[in-house]
Write a protein that binds this ligand. Structure first.
Ligand code: CTP
Length: 473
């Protein structure tokens, strides 16, 4: 019995209204699942045998406190918002589907019909709000036992449930990744059989689920499931293509897909930033296209960071991900992901550290987090050696940053300064002097300050045969 856990005043008011009107009402779906799992939620769905709009209107009248009621006549639903809660009322319905669309033909139905058209048994439980059996759990498809078994299973034949609404294939894997559940064998086989039908779902909806997987506690588990069910190649073939190992002359390269998953998992321990997780997912995306076998050195992936970073805008565009600074951030991290490793393997010069700070700017800490996650050797002493080296790189970065302030570097001498001093209009000499000043600062030839940069500008101008109109100021 869940009587004592139905604390929101709306539940009591619904019970009152059912007694008065003879309507039946149930709280259903995700809210019930989350209540049992102990995950708080303010998003409530109430199914009414009869008119959801009528019941919502009655409750709004009874509520007697500030609220907002929005009625969607066309869909037969009403949304009541009060105290930060969102309560949706909908009439019980039965749905039938056509093969070319996930939009069902909806007709009024019974509570049982409504419940069994739902996606998973764990989402198909209800709690009665009727005055006669208020708080009673109605579990027609053994959702409780599946919650205990941590199993994702469909109430109907899985082929029917997934073929009706192919987005549910993504949802199954998303719940598995969020809750660390397993997908029932028959269900998983049905997903594999129906994978191609994901094409009738808009890419925006697919990616909405994909990003929930990315943000979940177990994104690696989810993405591996997407691949093995054959869904990944339908909407993200570039990631799917990372899987596989080729052997030439007895030499194999590592499987880039499983390596990527490991990096993502390592990263997730230290960051819940979605776009940093995306950078981990895409850091080696250029590898399949740059893979070559060299008889002397074995497998190489030269330039995969450049090729990969070039692929990022196209992938983001195709997957309808944002094309703004989030994409640029991912692109930059993909491009720079080898640089700290190179720094840690050689004797670090100040100049190399300055250049990295200059290019990474404020994203330097995220870049270091990504690189540390990229160490996936099975040999613990090797991992430790790299981590120790990275610690040194981090120290060096902090030291140089304090001295030279190169994060988000602004040129201490502007193009206007140069034009004004030498009486120039915009021309290539102005650009050449600007570049020379930047390079001199990055190489440590002059310090990062205006006075020294102005002196340097005068020397560079002279080299180009320019006459200053006045001394620099
Ligand atoms: N549902 C379904 N098929 C879908 C989407 C939803 O059967 N493709 C049903 C499920 O019973 C689900 C309910 O509608 O529990 C509410 O859907 P939604 O709010 O999208 O999901 P939740 O289960 O509440 O989970 P979350 O809030 O995490 O998305």
């Amino acid at each position: 019995m869940f009587k004592n856990r139905l604390k929101h005043p709306v539940f009591g008011l619904v019970a009152e209204a059912t007694a008065e009107t003879g309507l039946s009402a149930y709280v259903v779906g995700g809210w019930v699942r989350d209540l049992i799992l102990g995950r708080a939620s303010k998003d409530i769905d109430i199914v009414v045998e009869g008119s959801g709009i009528e019941l919502a209107g009655l409750i709004a009248q009874k509520l007697g406190k500030p609220h907002k009621l929005v009625v969607y006549k066309k869909f037969g639903t009403a949304m009541l918002k009060a105290d930060g809660w969102e309560i949706e009322f909908v009439g019980a319905r039965k749905e039938s589907y056509r093969s070319d669309s996930r939009k069902p033909i909806v007709e009024d139905g019974t509570f049982e019909q409504d419940i069994s058209r739902r996606d998973f048994t764990i989402n198909a439980m209800a709690i009665s709000l009727n005055s006669s059996n208020f708080g009673e759990l109605i579990d027609l498809h053994n959702g409780m036992s599946d919650l205990e078994k941590k199993a994702i299973r469909t109430p109907l034949e899985p082929d029917v449930t997934y073929s009706d609404d192919p987005l549910r294939m993504m949802r199954a894997i998303r719940f598995a990744a969020q809750l660390n559940f397993n997908i029932d064998c028959e269900s998983f086989e049905a997903i594999s059989r129906n994978a191609k039908r994901i094409s009738i779902v808009s890419i925006e909806r697919v990616m909405d689920e994909f990003n929930k997987i990315m943000l979940s506690p177990y994104p690696g588990k989810g993405i591996k499931m997407l691949r093995s069910a054959g869904l990944l190649k339908e909407f993200f073939p570039e990631l799917d293509a990372m899987q596989g190992v080729e052997v030439v002359e007895g030499k194999a390269h590592k499987d880039n897909f499983f390596h990527t998953i490991k990096v993502l998992e390592n990263l997730c321990e230290n960051s819940d930033n979605l776009w940093l997780r995306w950078a981990a997912l895409l850091h080696d995306i250029g590898k399949p296209r740059t893979r070559q076998f060299d008889a002397k050195v074995g497998w190489t992936f030269h330039g995969h960071e450049f090729v990969g970073s070039k692929m990022v805008p196209r992938i983001f565009k195709k997957l309808r991900l944002p094309l703004d600074d989030k994409m640029k951030y991912v692109q930059k991290l993909v491009l720079l992901h080898l640089r700290p490793i190179v720094l840690s393997e050689t004797i670090v010069t100040d100049s190399a550290v300055r250049r990295l700070l200059f290019e990474a700017g404020d994203d330097i800490d995220d870049l270091m987090t990504l690189c540390e996650a990229d160490i996936t050797s099975a040999r613990q002493e090797k991992v430790q050696r790299y981590l120790d080296n990275f610690k040194m790189v981090r120290e060096k970065l902090a030291e140089i940053e304090e001295k030279d302030r190169l994060r988000n570097w602004q040129p201490p001498v502007s193009g206007e300064d140069i034009m004004e001093t030498f009486g120039l209009k915009p021309c290539k000499e102005v650009g050449a002097i600007k570049t020379a000043i930047r390079e001199a600062i990055l190489d440590g030839i002059i310090p990062n300050n205006r006075e020294e940069a102005l002196q340097f500008m005068m020397k560079e101008g002279k080299k180009l045969g320019l006459q200053p109109l006045h001394s620099p100021n």
